[in-house]
Design a protein around this ligand. Structure first.
Ligand code: GAR
Length: 197
């Protein structure tokens, strides 16, 4: 069984889609939710699905490499960042080199980097008058939104779109594609037999 830890900071709608997706999969599962905000909705989601969660603070995450020990002890093979808003420290990037995916709510390399998260991204897309936006799923390295791209999907931005309506379109793409892309990458990496969606 390949075990995933999902890292999230917010409401956790993507985390829930991933948890749900793997709930009936025999050889891959979500074993842990890691969160840096005590009131984040993702913690309620983890509880509802009976998945252990771990609340981390800055000292723990950046002050030592204890996190790797915790993850390894819990048998975590693969990390998925689903709206996790802290930079991943290099010790963790190296411990899970090419075994950590992030989702970004825009078409990188546009609208990425520090401060570009959540609604800030959709506001910037609207202000720039972009004809399209979308999602990018990429490996994580020690720069914000900089690792190798695995998957992108796009949607049009119409003149009447607002940052909120852009967010909704992008979220549809995230929920549709993220769980399947995570599964495809894990099956290739861990040489698991293909499963047809
Ligand atoms: C998602 O749109 C994700 O792409 C974004 O945070 C949102 C989390 O939503 N991530 C970033 O902006 C990272 N730079 P969720 O909590 O409902 O899954």
């Amino acid at each position: 069984m390949v075990q995933i830890a999902i890292f999230a900071s917010g409401s956790g709608t993507n985390a829930e889609k991933i948890i749900q997706h793997f709930a009936d999969v025999e050889d891959i599962g979500v074993a842990l939710v890691v969160c840096n905000k005590a009131k984040a909705g993702v913690l309620d989601i983890a509880e509802r699905w009976g998945i252990p969660s771990m609340l981390i603070n800055r000292d723990f995450f950046y002050g030592s490499d204890q996190m790797v020990f915790e993850l390894k002890q819990q048998g975590i093979d693969f990390l998925v960042l689903a709206g996790f808003l802290w930079m991943i420290p290099s010790y963790l990037v190296h411990a899970y080199d090419h075994k950590m995916l992030n989702i970004h709510p825009a078409l990188l390399p546009k609208f990425g980097g520090k401060g570009m998260y959540g609604m800030h991204v959709h506001e910037a897309v609207k202000n720039a008058g972009e004809p399209q936006t979308g999602i990018t799923i990429h490996y994580v390295n020690d720069q914000y939104d900089d690792g190798a791209v695995v998957f992108q999907a796009s949607c049009p931005v119409e003149i009447q779109d607002t940052p909120e309506s852009i967010r909704q379109k992008v979220q549809v793409l995230e929920h549709r594609h993220f769980p399947e892309v995570v599964e495809t990458v894990i099956r290739e990496k861990f040489k698991l037999p293909a499963r047809y969606f």
